[in-house]
Ligand binder design. Structure first.
Ligand SMILES: Nc1ncnc2c1ncn2[C@@H]1O[C@H](COP(=O)(O)OP(=O)(O)OP(=O)(O)O)[C@@H](O)[C@H]1O
Length: 315
């Protein structure tokens, strides 16, 4: 059985313009020690998925139906108090902006000490700081930085600290949401290297959310491709990259420069739909070069072909 099982998840937001369905019937699973890439353009529902899994959705979100099973337990039905105890210890999240996990008026060391003491993972502040120093060094940040405030660090170091905090209590699942997007290319490459080391040494499962298929290729074992709140394709990363089945996956792959791949990067023509009013039939049909009449009226269902899944009438 997988560590994380998301089944037929439907999540909407109440907005001034009415109800917006951000996730429509989304299913995926993440195995023990596995990195699942979740990829798609802005607005496809990736962050909503991550926030649902760790139960940090904003107040205007409504989980309409579906389930999130974590280690066999129905996570969406657990009392908030239990979820709070699990956050950080069993499941944690790293955001695009490291300040989402860092308090500007607390020293780096204090963040770790608070986390360890709150979860009973250290018996004294000295022990917590000793442990924190080791984690920082594993993250490639000098131990002396424990005495600094977040603003005294570079953007890359701040993100390393946020990753260290997320891993500190050795959780079983880390959700990483666009964690390199705000960094320049060089620092991004260093963080990707760090994540590869983390993957090899911590064996933590990861939901790696990104709009960049190139990063998925570097880090993930399997990938779930999302478009307009739906899963359009999933499978092993190497297979999906070698032989993408969904026209959207093909377009995503041609829109990123890859090491050794073609240099002529083609942006995906058109725009993702207004999610208050998504198109009928296949949501990708207005941008799809292969769309037929059927694609405009009938919604494709996700079909399994071996261990690959694709939602496209062409298959
Ligand atoms: N708090 C909110 N209230 C209302 N609508 C929201 C809220 N958060 C997200 N949405 C909408 O839900 C849809 C999915 O957004 P989400 O942030 O999950 O997508 P995403 O793929 O993570 O995109 P991005 O990379 O831009 O964050 C979008 O149409 C977005 O405008």
């Amino acid at each position: 059985m997988s560590l994380l099982n998301v089944e037929s998840l439907r999540v909407s937001y109440r907005t001034r313009r009415g109800r917006l369905e951000a996730l429509s019937n989304v299913s995926l699973s993440v195995g023990e020690g596995e990195v699942m890439g979740v990829v798609g353009e802005s607005g496809s529902g990736k962050s909503t998925l991550g926030l649902t899994v760790i139960r940090l959705l904003p107040g205007n979100a409504v989980i309409e139906s579906g389930s999130v099973r974590f280690n066999g337990v129905d996570f969406l039905r657990l009392p908030e108090e239990e979820v709070r105890k699990m956050r950080g210890r069993v499941i944690s999240m790293v955001f695009q902006d490291p300040y989402a996990s860092l308090n500007p008026v607390m020293k780096i060391g204090e963040h770790f000490a608070e986390l360890f003491l709150e979860h009973g993972a250290a018996s004294s502040e000295e022990e917590a700081l000793r442990e924190a120093g080791e984690i920082l060094e594993r993250m490639g940040v000098p131990r002396e930085r424990l005495n600094d405030y977040p603003h005294q660090l570079s953007g890359g170091q701040r993100q390393r600290v946020a990753i260290g905090l997320a891993l500190a209590l050795k959780p079983r699942l880390v959700i990483a949401d666009e964690i390199t997007t705000a960094l320049d290319a060089l620092v991004e490459a260093q963080i990707v290297e760090l994540l590869k080391e983390v993957k090899a040494s911590y064996r933590t499962s990861m939901l790696f959310i990104t709009h960049n298929m190139g990063l998925v290729a570097e880090i993930a074992d399997r990938v779930t491709v999302m478009y307009a709140g739906e899963v359009v394709e999933s499978g092993r990363v190497d297979e999906v990259i070698r032989d993408p089945m969904h026209p959207y996956t093909k377009a995503l792959l041609s829109s990123v420069p890859r090491i050794g791949g073609p240099k002529d990067v083609k942006p995906i023509p058109g725009e993702p739909p207004d999610m208050h009013n998504p198109p009928p039939g296949c949501r990708f049909h207005p941008r799809c070069p292969f769309a037929t009449g059927n694609c405009r009226v009938e919604e494709p269902v996700l079909k399994g072909i071996g261990d690959r899944y694709v939602a496209c009438h062409l298959w």
